[in-house]
Design a protein around this ligand. Structure first.
Ligand SMILES: [Zn+2]
Length: 310
């Protein structure tokens, strides 16, 4: 079975043929994401599919988007895509145009699905995948299936409260995991401390631009104490969120990926593992492993999502 996977990002839209069993990819059509409204974004998605598959060899198209997607393929809003601030029925609009089975999913959920089927989560049925980058996103697999939830919220680990009355989160509330473990949250903290007179390598290395994962790595290597404490806070916040979810859901494994984890690697994972508590029943914490960093994971996961619907 050949399926088309489409990954809709804030800057580009990528389509490839994917074998959903192996993740093997072929063909590649990429266009910039239009910044002129959702009608043009839908046109661009239809355009990449038509260009990739003019002979209509694929029967299914999976589309991953950076926004909240309900069970019907309606995408509430995509903060990273200009002009996408009200719900769009992506599946309803594109099914007749593409004349194929169209399935729409959240891009993080697609990445999680790819890790589950062909990545570091392969072989277990109950899995949480956490991506730590600018923000913190997650995808949940239960009984071997992606759990989306009727509002699309399942797996949204970034906005779990981990500290009562804690640091402000980008979403407007306080004490969320993302405010501690996401790069944007770490940056706010590093700059606030610098402004309060606590000069630190994170703020210094980034200068006027956004803090990057490599800045975090460099600051830690230089032994900067503020960076160390910010990373300790991030590891503790992740440990609390992951430990709680792993207990409630009795997970087999947790996979961690994303820019921050890719850069800090196994030592960061060990730090999270050591702080995470599981249950209180004297049972060992489920295993935490690094993501496999699959090529085009969003495209592959979108295709797997569509194949699952077959
Ligand atoms: Zn939040």
């Amino acid at each position: 079975m050949t399926v088309i996977g489409v990954d809709v990002g804030g800057t580009k839209i990528l389509a490839r043929f994917i074998d959903p069993e192996t993740g093997a990819a072929s063909g590649r059509v990429k266009v910039p994401t239009p910044k002129t409204g959702t009608a043009d974004v839908l046109d661009a998605i239809a355009g990449v599919v038509d260009e990739l598959d003019p002979d209509r060899t694929a029967t299914h198209v999976g589309i991953g988007v950076p926004g909240l997607v309900d069970g019907e393929g309606v995408v509430a809003r995509c903060p990273n895509i200009t002009g996408w601030d009200s719900p769009v029925d992506v599946r309803g609009e594109l099914t007749p145009r593409l004349d194929r089975v169209v399935v729409v999913g959240n891009d993080v959920n697609c990445g999680a699905l790819a890790e589950h089927r062909i990545g570091a989560g392969k072989g277990v049925d109950d899995l949480l995948v956490v991506f730590v980058g600018t923000g913190v996103g997650g995808g949940l697999i239960l009984d071997g299936k992606l759990r989306v939830g009727h509002r699309g919220l399942a797996g949204e680990i970034g906005h779990l409260t981990v500290v009562g009355d804690g640091r402000p989160c980008g979403c407007g509330e306080d004490g969320h995991l993302e405010a501690y473990a996401g790069k944007a949250g770490m940056e706010r903290e590093a700059r606030a401390r610098a402004a309060a007179g606590e000069r630190n390598a994170l703020a210094d290395l980034a200068g006027d631009s956004a803090i990057k994962s490599r800045h975090i790595e460099q600051a830690l290597e230089s032994g900067d104490s503020v960076a160390e404490s910010i990373i300790d806070d991030a590891a503790n916040a992740l440990a609390m969120g992951i430990g709680n979810l792993a207990t409630v859901l009795d997970l087999d494994r947790v996979v961690l990926g994303g820019g921050v984890v890719d850069k800090l690697g196994q030592p960061f994972l060990d730090q999270i593992s050591q702080s995470a508590h599981f249950g209180g029943f004297g049972i060992e914490m489920c295993e935490l492993v690094l993501a496999k960093r699959l090529d085009d994971a969003g495209v592959v996961g979108a295709a797997i999502l569509a194949a699952d619907a077959a």
